[in-house]
Write a protein that binds this ligand. Sequence first.
Ligand code: ZN
Length: 495
Amino acid sequence: MVRHLIRSFFVTAAVIGSASAQVGDSKTVGEPLAALIVDGQNNHGWQQTTPLLRAILLNSGRFTVDVVTSPKRGEDIGAFAPKFGSYDVVVSNYNGQLWPKKTREAFAGYIRGGGGFVSVHAADNAFPNWADYNRMIGVGGWGRRDEKSGPYVRWRDGAVVRDTHAGRGGSHGRRHEFVLEARTPQHPILRGLPTRWKHTADELYDRLRGPAENLTVLATAYSDPKTGGSGEHEPLLMAISFGKGRVFHTALGHDTTAMKCIGFQSTLLRGSEWAATGRVTIPAADGFPSADAVSSRDPLKDVWTHIFDGKTLSGWTQKNGTATYRVEDGVIVGTTADGSPNSFLCSDRNYADFELEFEVMVDNRLNSGMQIRSASNPEFKNGRVHGPQVEIEASPGEAGHIYSEGTGRGWISPAKHRNDPARRKAFQNGKWNRYRVLADGARIQTWINDVAVGDVTDPKSKRVGFLGLQVHGIGRGAGPWQVRWRRIRIRELTR
Ligand code: ZN
């Protein structure tokens, strides 16, 4: 927006100081984690389940996701060589042919060197004779696994028992709903979750066996002989360390029904984040099941896209002024330029109806904003960026309200909203602020840090256009001031 800039004279140095302390957390905070799902061969329906795994990871807002699909069984797998080292975590939905030696060595080296790995359900059936792989997953099943593979891992009388009796490795009874019991509830993956929850109908793997080195049993379920089980409390969620790497092993997830369990999704996410970083910031999901009732959600009905990759400005183009934009530790940093008019870093794509989320931190004396449904064309004021802008500025102020940038209309948000004291202080100065924007038809709603701020129905604005990150123009001799954005993601509304 265009109006007075100099409104508050707080100590700018202190604000900048706190900004750099927070972005110093680097990848573990600002930048999405890069996940790679491996599939292509599995005695399970990987064509159906990989899209769910991908959506679960994407919907969290914490991950970007690539999928690498191996050649089909029987085809030449000799050139299959995913670039594991480009990712923070590899999620396996693969149970098939042995990978080539070079690829196996690259994978083991990647995990040993600190990479993250998540083994999902039948991925623990894979590679019975690959020693390093069996150390990574701790225990596995089928593939002629037996006592030579290692012990069974049992939970008896409150402790892990390594049972070396002879016998097959890997079995399961009839598919049914069963209760997971946390056995290491203070582990980051489980901390804060219910200690007992009912899992959606799934195979309850039993009698898994393997080296079981450096293995923590996170959760077990009782495998009831009445449903064809072992009569033991079977480990179904496990954490394993391998060199400097971390492995989360979930034996759950036979099919899409099992993966729609919110307990599966929540533990998969937290396990993937832990495998990638050693820490868990993803909160327990809403609707997490209780011990008495299952709870499901279809992740494909709610797909988010990161429109800032955390590393480059690919997909964005600067328009109008000469402020600078650069990427630093997963954050887009916009810096004012002496005497420049308003600058905008605009998405190359247009969006119509959507939900948008991002986090922003701004120097107290700088005005900024997020353009939505905006345009720039030679016929209108020589390319002037114009359209609705969600205001970004220090409190107490008009952050979150909607201004018609570049059109001369001024504020779209009514004065009674803009003067509401509760809304005027939703924005927290010197901190990261979480914005949510819902643009659905003519109605635009905004939230800052979960406080409802903007709510307009505006038939005059365009219904489609680009997003734009504003660095407001400043007068000569003022600034330089900065604004920072991170975790920018969008979910298009389709109907
Ligand atoms: Zn299965």
